[in-house]
Write a protein that binds this ligand. Structure first.
Ligand SMILES: Nc1nc2c(c(=O)[nH]1)N[C@H]1C(S)=C(S)[C@@H](COP(=O)(O)OP(=O)(O)OC[C@H]3O[C@@H](n4cnc5c(=O)[nH]c(N)nc54)[C@H](O)[C@@H]3O)O[C@H]1N2
Ligand SMILES: Nc1nc2c(c(=O)[nH]1)N[C@H]1C(S)=C(S)[C@@H](COP(=O)(O)OP(=O)(O)OC[C@H]3O[C@@H](n4cnc5c(=O)[nH]c(N)nc54)[C@H](O)[C@@H]3O)O[C@H]1N2
Ligand code: SF4
Ligand SMILES: [Mo]
Length: 902
């Protein structure tokens, strides 16, 4: 059989964001080659995929995987590892009670995994101590939904983004974080000339590319903005009185509270840092456009007033009766592929399971009877930040972390790291061998990752899709549900965790959702009881469907609440009386700037998977900080140099990017870099541990910080085919590229690296190379190349001072790694740093899908007199797949049309 014959096509779901795109994977199980295209039949994406989705096949390489269980550094059999986990957990529970242990999970677990984790901890170990990274992500939306609707339901769906005449995108960089939904809005807008888009974000992000209005709101002031809108709707008589009177409660109190701080536009303008004119435009568009969707994400949720922000938005939709209707409603954009599935199974410490609640009469008893357990948790457990504090305090003595990397992603991350270093027993399940959290594990458990694991995920619009196995497991990796249930059995819960296949878990989850779920007992929105007896064949062939899936809605339901029926005791939607309040930690003289953190187009969180795809590392290769020109001047920062950022909690280094997309006083750092890739690039160290008082979601978008120039005495880079040994260089960032690694280096030490130092360090990796070099102490220049025969193995370039511009062109040098051997001319060119004739420098990457550089695009535009991004796409493919780089292409077009003064 040839490799070609072995290829088959399997439909599955993307591993990454909450859009939950359907994909078609062409799989060769013999070579483990997987190539991905969009599934035209999947209702979340209709065939589209973004740069991350389309490069999934490049992230399943086995070299970075954890392939076997380990206790300490010793590889062990599964039985030994499972026994160790069960024994240590049992001992600690016996000695200190069930609240001395905890699980910390993730929206990247499949529903079946998550269900088993929750059942084991809450149902049988008997503690509420299972929380998840969804606490850092969706918990404010969950609490906001529960306050307004009496349940955690997203009322609308993706299609509403297309049906709307006004799309308000707030606290969401959708162009980068939900790219396929964003492209759907872009396409809808070009078909509907009446459609307007408003973006509310302190930064001018690429999402603003399709905005008719951008409101660069002062960080944290969203409640004031939407309270102001509620008032405007009242004063201008835009209220849907019939809906408000028949189907809601608390309207008068909400309006009174929103007026308490002054309802005049001037007052709101000063609180939100917006102009009165822009405010009036936004308010009038919202007031007059019946079909309005407000889509929101982490700029809303990750705040000390996150829940109030959510309810301030929902208040305006309830007041106008615009909820659950085609083209109108509030739309919480979920982050992770199974953020919603986690909420269904009760993965948060504060809920039970299947939308049953600790604080609702009868629900504990209901879950206890269904699971046939007498040890159900008495009440909620500790939410994430409190949980890690309890570990630091020694109250929680054993923790099992699965599918998340809290040493990077939790706030006050140095404290989290220390807590885990001191914790008597840390278990980590991950598919990747080296993460900042795995480094602290006593027991390391290899989990199956995307392409191997098999089960259900639920996306933003409540759509359940099957994520299917494409390949056999890597090494001894096992599904998370299997690992958890085998430990559950060893803890003595033989029957309750006797699952042999994930479909058995799914059936039980579906049955619980329908258990005593009637008006007479306790009606819950989440009900997929029609799947309680699903056959294995139907499970395997399951078509994407929006819940509920029950007797009344066997094929799912698109929208909730348009009938005015909610899940509160009175069945009425609830207005909340809200007062704007400033972020809990204000800036001060020592820490004068607001640090905002978030995502990049081509990276996923802590980069354990996206950094494996070289083309995803080229757009933004290093940790950086975006600073407004006024602040850059004030703090003595130059573009492209390094800065040190510090807060009360920690510090980091980042490359300075001066841009007027920031507001003065605000700076932005991407959340992605870890200690595995950057010596001091872990931004979680800086972030304040303040949380929302209702949802306990951390305020990741607002930390007071200081910034100073990093006084580099020298800087440089190494390009190397192999991973280098650790060095003591102060600033060191590793960038995986195609066929080689790039290390960016800098140090404050006045000792200039010389050829001896360079040879000593590089020889630890390459003991037998031929070295060619230029070492010029007078000019501080060092260039070293190492050859095996004529094959270039590594090259180092060092220059004095903090600037990067004096170094040779990295793109040219990297092109030499693609050559089987180098000629004498090329070797000389390499040391002189000057490209040889004919060597192509494509410039910084713009399009990740087709790896097209800025210089290629500029040349295409000037050579062919191109004027639109569509023409650029036709000419060099850039921007024609996911479209996320279209704003950058437009910027290049504009800069050529109107040359900047030199
Ligand atoms: N490329 C990529 N896509 C992803 C992910 C990824 O890692 N990479 N992660 C996924 C996950 S889990 C999530 S949760 C989502 C997150 O998706 P988003 O929420 O869209 O992403 P963020 O970049 O975290 O933050 C969104 C915006 O909030 C703005 N913001 C900050 N403060 C405020 C404020 O006070 N008010 C308002 N209105 N806006 C503010 C920020 O400037 C930022 O542009 O992305 C998902 N998709
Ligand atoms: N400052 C700041 N902090 C933030 C945010 C922010 O915007 N700013 N955003 C927050 C948000 S919204 C989120 S969602 C979090 C994300 O933060 P994390 O959850 O910490 O980040 P990930 O890199 O997604 O970690 C997932 C881990 O699970 C592993 N993994 C993948 N699939 C599987 C699997 O099937 N099984 C197992 N066992 N492991 C698997 C991956 O290799 C990876 O190590 O960060 C939060 N932290
Ligand atoms: S938008 Fe991109 S990352 Fe999100 S699910 Fe679709 S392909 Fe995956
Ligand atoms: Mo998230």
């Amino acid at each position: 059989m040839t490799d070609l014959q072995a290829t088959n096509t399997i439909k599955t779901t993307c591993a990454y964001c909450g859009v939950g795109c359907g994909i078609e994977a062409k799989v060769n199980p013999l070579t483990r080659d997987v190539s991905v295209t969009g599934d035209k039949a999947h209702p979340a994406n209709f065939g589209r995929v973004c740069s991350k989705g389309s490069s999934l096949g490049e992230t399943i390489d086995l070299s970075s995987r954890l392939l076997h269980p380990f206790i300490g550094d010793e590889q062990v059999h599964w039985d030994q590892a499972l026994d160790e986990v069960a024994t240590r957990f049992s001992q600690i529970i016996a000695e200190h009670g069930p609240d001395a242990v905890a699980f910390y999970g993730s929206g990247q677990l499949l529903t079946e995994d998550y269900y088993v984790a929750n059942k084991l901890m809450k149902g049988f170990i008997g503690s509420g101590n299972i929380d998840t990274n969804s606490r850092l992500c969706m918990s404010s939306a969950v609490s906001g939904h529960k306050r307004a609707f009496g349940t955690d339901t997203v009322p609308n769906c993706f299609e509403d983004l297309e049906l709307a005449d006004l799309v308000v995108i707030t606290g969401s960089n959708m162009a980068w974080c939900h790219p396929v939904s964003y492209q759907r809005i872009r396409a809808a807008k070009s078909n509907n000339p009446n459609m307007k888009v408003v973006v509310i974000d302190p930064r001018r992000t690429d999402t603003c590319d399709i905005a008719d209005l951008h409101l660069p709101i002062a960080a944290g002031s969203d409640v004031a903005l939407f309270n102001g809108l509620l008032n405007y709707l009242v004063e201008g008589q835009y209220i849907d009185h019939e809906f408000v009177e028949s189907h809601t409660e608390g309207f008068a109190e909400a309006v009174a509270a929103s007026q308490a701080d002054g309802a005049a536009l001037a007052a709101i303008a000063s609180e939100t840092r917006l102009s009165e004119r822009d405010l009036a435009t936004f308010y009038s568009w919202f007031a007059e456009t019946d079909k309005t969707v407000t889509a929101y994400s982490q700029g809303v949720n990750q705040s000390s007033s996150g829940v109030d922000k959510v309810n301030a938005i929902i208040n305006c939709h309830l007041a106008t009766g615009r909820i659950g209707k085609p083209g109108s409603g509030p739309l919480s954009m979920t982050g992770q592929p199974n953020a919603m599935g986690g909420r269904e199974v009760g993965g948060l410490a504060t809920t039970l399971a299947a939308h049953l609640e600790f604080n609702i009469d009868g629900d504990r008893d209901r879950v206890g009877r269904f699971w046939n357990t007498t040890t159900l948790a008495q009440g909620p457990g500790l939410p994430a930040v409190d949980l890690f504090d309890a570990i630091a305090d020694g109250k929680v003595k054993a923790v099992w972390i699965m599918a998340t990397n809290p040493v990077v992603s939790l706030p006050n991350a140095d404290k989290v790291k220390k807590a885990l270093q001191q914790c008597p027993f840390v278990v980590v399940s991950d598919c990747v061998a080296q993460t900042d959290t795995m480094a602290l594990a006593h027991v390391k458990l290899p989990a199956q990752g995307w392409s191997e694991k098999d089960g259900m995920v639920t996306n933003t619009e409540r759509r359940i899709s099957h994520q299917r196995a494409l390949l056999p497991a890597a090494g001894e990796a096992k599904p998370d549900w299997w690992i958890l249930s085998r430990v559950g059995q060893r803890l003595g819960f033989e029957e309750a965790f006797n699952y042999q296949h994930q479909v058995e878990v799914f059936r039980e989850h579906a049955a619980l959702s329908g258990f005593e779920n009637t008006q007479a007992q306790r009606l819950r929105d989440f009900d997929i009881s029609a799947l309680a007896d699903i056959s294995l064949a139907d499970y395997n062939n399951f078509e994407p469907t929006q819940w509920p899936i029950n007797a009344a809605y066997p094929n799912g339901k698109t929208r909730f609440f348009c009938d005015g029926q909610f899940y509160t005791p009175s069945r009425k939607g609830q207005f909340l009386a809200l007062r704007a309040k400033p972020p809990e930690n204000p800036t001060c003289a020592d820490y004068p700037l607001v640090l905002n953190t978030g995502r990049l187009r081509d990276q996923w969180h802590t980069m354990t998977r996206t950094a494996l795809a070289p083309r995803l590392n080229q757009h933004k290769p290093e940790p950086f900080v975006e600073v407004h020109p006024i602040d850059a001047k004030q703090y003595g920062l130059t573009d492209g140099s390094l800065a040190e950022l510090s807060s009360k909690w920690g510090k980091m280094y980042a490359r300075v990017n001066i841009t007027d997309k920031q507001q003065p006083g605000d700076i932005f750092v991407p959340m992605h870099w870890t200690e595995q890739l950057a010596s001091a690039g872990r931004m979680g160290s800086l972030v304040n541990p303040v949380v929302d008082p209702i949802s306990a979601q951390p305020e990741s978008k607002h930390t007071p910080v200081a910034i100073t120039a990093y006084q580099a005495q020298w800087h440089g880079f190494v390009l190397s085919r192999q991973t280098l040994t650790n060095s003591t260089i102060d600033y060191q960032v590793k960038v995986p590229c195609q066929g080689y690694l790039r290390y960016e280096l800098a140090d404050v030490s006045a000792d200039r690296p010389n050829i001896n130092w360079a040879k000593q360090w590089l020889s630890e990796t390459y003991p037998n190379l031929n070295w060619q070099y230029v070492d010029d102490p007078q000019h501080g220049v060092l260039r070293v190349a190492g050859y095996q025969a004529n094959v270039l193995m590594c090259v180092m370039c060092i220059a004095p001072g903090p600037q990067t511009s004096v170094l040779p062109e990295r793109n040219f040098l990297s092109s030499l790694f693609a050559k089987p051997s180098l000629s004498e001319v090329e070797r000389l060119a390499l040391l002189s740093g000057l490209p040889t004739a004919g060597a192509e420098d494509t410039g910084a990457q713009v399009c990740a899908c087709f790896n097209v550089g800025e210089k290629t695009i500029r040349k295409a535009i000037t050579d062919n007199a191109l004027t639109t991004y569509q023409e650029v796409g036709k000419c060099c493919k850039a921007g024609t797949n996911c479209g996320s780089c279209v704003p950058e292409i437009k910027t290049i077009l504009a800069s050529i049309a109107e040359p900047q003064p030199a």
